[in-house]
Design a protein around this ligand. Structure first.
Ligand code: SAM
Length: 290
């Protein structure tokens, strides 16, 4: 393996040697700060019994550090043109498997069965900005397979995920994540820690999966209400839900939602961003349990 990949000098050397450039369409911003990699590894608490799922190894920057600590590393990369680079940078490491695939198309259940020896995996990734939310939602849907998820994401996204009710950052993604995991921001990482340098800062986000969901509501209905509530932020919650569910099997009238809100002791013209996950769960119960 090539040491100190998470530095500007070695990253440039590798890119030059293979005559390649970072590809914007795949969100390639390589980490060039070893302290940031160390912070990710510490937050993920990687040990020698762990199987790690890495998303987007790029030129192998984090992969090489992960391989040195974990039992096994499974890295899923969409960009096949990086194959010769990874063969070079990860040469000699015998505990890394590269899966050349779009992570959104990978059967995570099967991947877990194949590689994890029946234990939960740890996810570690420096995510491409352009596809952060779909990847995160996919991981959370298969939350049972992972004991923790540690991600480098755009700082604003990390702030939205960790936001408190009533703030402008609070939204559907905050509640979606809260259903599956307890999130916290480990550190803010400046744009200068990446090459090429992006326009925005990043943050390391650690998600510890809940053993069981924190609320007891039908998941499909709960997520339907959450999505509806934040689809049109300027509407009241009752209007937003009536508008978004109209014509669907899950349709609710404004009056039905207002009645449920009043039963909860809330005003009928409250906005969605005022409600926490327990309130959304209660609203789901009241609206859909006839
Ligand atoms: N891990 C490297 C690092 O920290 O320097 C690269 C991180 S770079 C921000 C994101 C990586 O994800 C790139 O290698 C990119 O090609 C890859 N990628 C982008 N979209 C992907 C997808 N849908 N599935 C798998 N990998 C993807």
């Amino acid at each position: 393996m090539i040491p100190h990949l998470a530095t500007m000098a070695v990253t440039r050397m590798v890119l030059d040697r293979h005559d390649i450039r970072a590809r914007k369409r795949y969100g390639q911003n390589f980490l060039i700060r070893e302290e940031a990699v160390e912070e990710i590894l510490a937050a993920a608490n990687i040990g020698e019994e762990d199987t790690v799922l890495e998303i987007g190894p790029g030129i192998g920057t984090m992969t090489s550090y992960l391989s040195a600590r974990a039992k096994r590393v499974i890295s899923v990369e969409i960009d096949k043109s990086l194959q010769p680079v990874l063969e070079d940078t990860l040469q000699g490491a015998d505990n890394i498997t590269i899966v050349w695939e779009d992570i959104l198309k990978v059967d995570l259940q099967k991947l877990h069965e194949t590689y994890a020896d029946g234990r939960k995996m740890k996810v570690v990734a420096n995510l491409p900005y352009y596809v952060t939310t779909p990847i995160l939602m996919e991981l959370l849907q298969y939350g049972d397979l992972f004991s923790s998820i540690t991600l480098m994401v755009q700082k604003e996204v990390a702030e939205r995920i960790c936001a408190d009710p009533g703030t402008k950052e609070y939204g559907a993604i905050t509640l979606g994540v809260a259903y599956y995991a307890a999130p916290h921001i480990v550190a803010v990482v400046p744009s200068g820690a990446f090459f090429p340098r992006p326009n925005v800062d990043s943050a390391i986000l650690h998600l510890k999966a809940h053993e069981t969901p924190p609320v007891d509501a039908d998941r499909e209905c709960l997520f339907e209400l959450i999505r509806a509530a934040f689809g049109q932020r300027r509407k009241t919650l009752a209007n937003a839900i009536a508008h978004a569910t109209a014509g669907k099997p899950t349709a609710l009238s404004r009056e039905e939602v207002v009645k449920a809100l009043e039963k909860m002791g809330l005003s009928g013209d409250i906005r969605g961003e005022k409600l926490g996950l327990p309130e959304f769960a209660m609203l789901t119960e009241l609206c859909y349990t006839k």
